[in-house]
Design a binder for this molecule. Structure first.
Ligand code: BES
Ligand code: MN
Ligand code: ZN
Length: 455
């Protein structure tokens, strides 16, 4: 990111304008520029590059509907030729353009050996160091989420997530601890162990703590299923293909934690990640098994593919024991949420209207939309078991995202201020600033909300 943007005040001018400002701008340009834009048929929409007399690049102009839109300029970094550009726009839009530039310049090149074809990306000069710092902090969080999700499962197992946590802790002076393998049983995290025990990569509960112990405590919990085969209720090939992304919730909370720590928010942060592989082996947990969870509630396994809520329930119960001000979890929990809202709008559930509204509002301001879903208590019945306290999933085809959220809610005291995000963590199509592949959804919305609530 730091090679994509700097605080200098020199470069080829890049004018980012809204439709209504374009005509006035055009009127002020020299005759040759006006002729060039007319000759090349530029319609005052999107990007145009403008040459000087010798044929080199004199300026670039980008006309957008709304220059304060965070992704409006997400493609500029890929469309402009290499070189340094000086951002010329309304001051109010600086942050959005800088962010779009940086996230648009994201590449996942870890497995690309042939660097010959890699294009040198242009650089954006924004004149002010604070703008650079802000854009880098935000876009590095997004890049972290994308990298973690994009990395194939073979290279992103629980131990790799642990290394990531450890490195993040070292970078920001946080503390890190973990419970690994059979210790999960002695430390009373039976569901994390049950889901993860069939993998040759030991299951873990990762735990990062940062901040001032006098500040309000915020605990983030992320689903870290490093690969979801479905377990013995194995997924079909089509459903399994993208399941390296099933640690997307963990990636999201790490990205959000990175923002919180980089901006130095006044909170006492705890990040918990149950990290497992939902694998198949002779010791795998089975449909019909009953697991006694951390709180003592007995859960009958209806389907081993509803594993995310299992690993989360023990982590959430532990999180709640400390009575934090706010608990937020992120998880690639259900296909049903994708059916409800599509892949590009994350749904979330919340116990408190004030928190939910604050997050929704914050998301609108930074083009990180989120959509609240209902914790419709009447559907709790669908989790009834014949032989145990409850099952891990409803067996009908309807309301799956809601019943998954209701399952999680069982492990939290009633008064808990809790939000649960059910995210896709993946772009199935490319959009400006949003390449295909791993993606962060909702973390800037939540960060914006946390900034307003805790500072
Ligand atoms: N990781 C999946 C959910 C998922 C699938 C999220 C595709 C995003 C895209 C989760 O573990 C799962 O398999 N859920 C099942 C639940 C069912 C068995 C009740 C699902 O959604 O089909
Ligand atoms: Mn599953
Ligand atoms: Zn899963």
């Amino acid at each position: 990111m730091s090679q994509l943007i700097n605080a200098q005040s020199t470069g080829i001018p890049l004018y980012v304008l809204t439709n209504d400002a374009y005509d006035a701008w055009l009127g002020k340009q020299r005759a040759a520029t006006q002729t060039w834009l007319a000759t090349t048929g530029y319609q005052g929409k999107g990007l145009a590059t403008i040459p000087n007399e010798s044929g080199s690049l004199a300026a670039a102009v980008m006309v957008v509907n709304d220059a304060s839109e965070y992704f409006a300029c997400g493609d500029l970094v890929n469309k402009l030729p290499a070189g340094q550009y000086l951002l010329e726009t309304d001051e109010a839009n600086n942050s959005a353009v800088a962010f779009g530039w940086c996230v648009g310049g994201y590449r996942f090149d870890r497995y690309l050996t042939n660097e010959k074809h890699a294009k040198t990306l242009p650089v954006l000069a924004v004149g002010k160091q604070v703008l650079v710092d802000e854009a880098i902090k935000l876009s590095e969080a997004t890049a972290l989420v994308r990298d973690l999700v994009n990395t194939p499962a073979a290279d992103m197992m629980p131990q790799h997530l642990a290394q990531t946590c450890q490195a993040l802790a070292e970078e920001f002076g946080a503390s890190f601890s973990e419970v690994v393998g059979d210790e999960l049983l002695t430390e009373n995290y039976p569901t994390i162990h049950a889901v993860g025990r069939a993998s040759c990569h030991a299951p873990r509960l990762l735990d990062l703590r940062w901040g001032n112990s006098d500040a309000p405590k915020v605990t983030l919990v992320g689903k870290g299923v490093c690969f979801d085969s479905g377990g013995l209720d194995v997924k079909p090939a089509s459903g399994m293909r993208l399941m390296k992304k099933d640690m997307g919730g963990a990636a999201h909370v790490l990205g959000l934690a990175r923002m919180i720590m980089a901006f130095g928010l006044n909170v006492q942060l705890r990040v918990m990640i149950p990290a497992v592989e939902n694998a198949i082996a002779g010791n795998a947990f089975r449909p019909g098994d009953v697991i006694t969870t951390r709180t003592g509630l007995n859960v009958e396994i209806d389907n081993t593919d509803a594993e995310g809520r299992l690993v989360l329930c023990d982590a959430l119960a532990d999180a709640a024991d400390e009575k934090p001000e706010l608990i937020i979890d992120f998880a690639t929990l259900t296909g049903a949420m994708r059916v409800a809202l599509g892949t590009e709008l994350p749904g979330f559930f919340a116990t408190k209207d004030e928190t939910a509204n604050g997050i929704s509002q914050a998301g609108e301001g930074v083009q990180d939309p989120v959509w609240r879903m209902p914790l419709h208590q009447a559907y709790r019945d669908m989790l009834k078991s014949d032989i145990a306290d409850m099952t891990n999933c409803a067996n009908g085809p309807f309301g799956g995202a809601i019943t998954a959220a209701l399952y999680l809610q069982e492990f939290l005291p009633k008064e808990t201020d809790w939000c649960h995000f059910d995210v896709m963590a993946y772009n199935v199509r490319a959009l400006p600033g949003r390449p295909k592949g791993g993606e962060a959804f909702g973390i800037r919305a939540v960060f914006g909300y946390l900034q307003s609530r805790f500072s």
